[in-house]
Design a binder for this molecule. Structure first.
Ligand code: CMP
Length: 141
């Protein structure tokens, strides 16, 4: 099915100047970028976005990292976009990320793992609305 998913290029990947390399992988995999926003999250925004992780041992480190520099939030569109994006990102823990995946190539640690991608249609809808309340810009199909 045609889906939308939220992608974030995280501060460590932006700092490495690999936005283009990562977006190229999305496009090569057949995903279209239908919304994009470069921003530097406030602590309040990061806590709200990662609200489901509040109280977990890695939460403070996660919020500190996600507010350490600019990010690129995007909406990717395509057939089975959620699973397709997760395939090309690789495992959340880069130690387990398959060779050739974005995290295998650009992650620095479990926290600084280069990219985020929505994990299911319901969370994708919430995450897309968080960054793009005005909606996305679909291509003519
Ligand atoms: P992400 O997909 O953005 O969702 C939450 C993030 O928290 C995750 O990527 C990791 O970067 C980080 N994370 C999740 N679990 C752990 C963990 N056990 N240790 C450190 N960081 C984690």
């Amino acid at each position: 099915a045609h889906q939308y998913t939220l992608s974030i290029i995280k501060p460590n990947a932006v700092a490495k100047n690999v936005i283009g390399a990562i977006c190229s992988r999305f496009e090569t995999a057949g995903l279209e970028i239908v919304a994009a926003s470069m921003l530097h999250l406030s602590r309040e925004q990061a806590c709200a976005f990662y609200g489901i992780h509040q109280g977990k041992p890695f939460f403070d480190e996660l919020v500190g990292f996600m507010t350490s520099g600019p990010i690129l939030a995007m909406v990717l569109a395509g057939d089975e976009a959620i699973a397709r994006n997760r395939d090309i990102m690789g495992a959340t823990n880069p130690a387990n990320a398959a060779p050739g995946t974005i995290r295998a190539d650009f992650a620095d640690s479990f926290t600084a793992n280069a990219v985020h991608g929505s994990d299911a249609p319901d969370t994708a809808a919430v995450e897309i609305a968080f960054f793009f309340p005005e909606g996305v810009c679909p291509r003519p199909r």
